[in-house]
Every structure is written in structure tokens, then in C-alpha cells.
Design a protein around this ligand. Structure first.
Ligand SMILES: [Fe+2]
Length: 166
């Protein structure tokens, strides 16, 4: 089976190269969301400033360990050369730019859109690794736990958006 064609189709999920690329995309998304939530933490103002400041503190803080664990799992599975700094950085910047435009600069909407996107990326990574036979019990647990934690992020952000005036 060829692994060269884009975009990713269901059949291509069973290609080892695509499984690695999807995990690298997931890493870029996590780094972008970490960056975005941390920036939102600094930029909060108005009422209720302190509650929002703490909300985004909780959101970005959780991401540090997830980034580290995923990167180590990628290297453990595919080798050190799998992670190229500039590729991850560029992918993260593209992801941020898309959501910056879609949210019209609203930090809460941007955060929720990114979290929604992350859930799809986790699902894609899970399906790709499973189709490829690469889904270890540890990776299975990690992806499930991360999806669960970020469902809480989605809940917190939705509640905050529902309570804010349009
Ligand atoms: Fe802080």
C-alpha cells in the first residue's frame, strides 16, 4: 500500500508513516493549545478577571505533561529523528492561525475551538495506531486519559461561554 498520498484516507490509517505523521500533528496541536491557553491566562481582564485567569492557568498547566509524554512516546516508537523542531513549530503556528481567524480573536471561543479540534485529532491518532497495530496498552491509556481530561476543558469553556454576554 502506498503511503504517499494525501489527504489521509481511512485505508491510509494502516500505513506506519501516516500513524507517525498523525502523532506529530497531535504533538503540534498540543503545543499550540498550551501556547494559546497560557497567553489567554496572561491577557484576561475585566469581570471576572481572576476566575478566568485561574481557569486558563488550570487549562495550560495540564498540557505540559501531555506534551512531554506524547513526545517521549513518539521517540520511543519511531526514533529521535521523528521529531523535527521546526516542522512541529510550523504546524503549531498554522493551527493557531486557523483558529485565530475562526474565533475572530475571542480568546474563549478560540480556546473551545482548539479543544474541539484536539478531540478529533486524538480520535484520529487512536484509530491510526490501532489500524497499524502500533497501539500499545500504554498509548491506548494515554490517549483515552487525555481525551477524558480535555472533555473537562470543553465543559469548563462551554460553561464560561454560556455565561458571557454576546
Ligand atoms: Fe501566571
Amino acid at each position: 500500500m502506498s503511503c504517499r498520498h494525501s489527504p489521509v484516507s481511512f485505508l491510509q490509517l494502516s500505513c506506519p508513516l501516516w500513524a507517525m505523521k498523525i502523532l506529530l500533528q497531535l504533538l503540534a496541536i498540543l503545543r499550540a493549545i498550551h501556547w494559546a491557553h497560557w497567553t489567554a491566562h496572561w491577557k484576561m481582564k475585566g469581570e471576572p478577571f481572576y476566575g478566568d485567569h485561574l481557569l486558563f492557568d488550570k487549562l495550560y498547566t495540564a498540557l505540559g505533561d501531555e506534551v512531554d509524554t506524547l513526545a517521549e512516546k513518539i521517540v520511543g516508537t519511531y526514533g529521535s529523528d521523528a521529531i523535527q523542531d521546526m516542522v512541529v513549530l510550523n504546524d503549531a503556528a498554522r493551527f493557531m492561525a486557523v483558529h485565530e481567524v475562526r474565533s475572530s480573536g475571542d480568546l474563549y471561543r478560540r480556546a473551545l475551538q482548539m479543544e474541539d479540534h484536539l478531540q478529533k485529532a486524538i480520535r484520529l491518532a487512536y484509530d491510526a495506531m490501532k489500524a497499524n497495530g502500533d497501539l500499545s496498552l500504554g498509548m491506548d491509556d494515554f490517549l483515552m486519559s487525555m481525551a477524558n481530561a480535555h472533555e473537562t476543558h470543553q465543559y469548563l469553556l462551554r460553561q464560561r461561554l454560556d455565561s458571557s454576554p454576546d
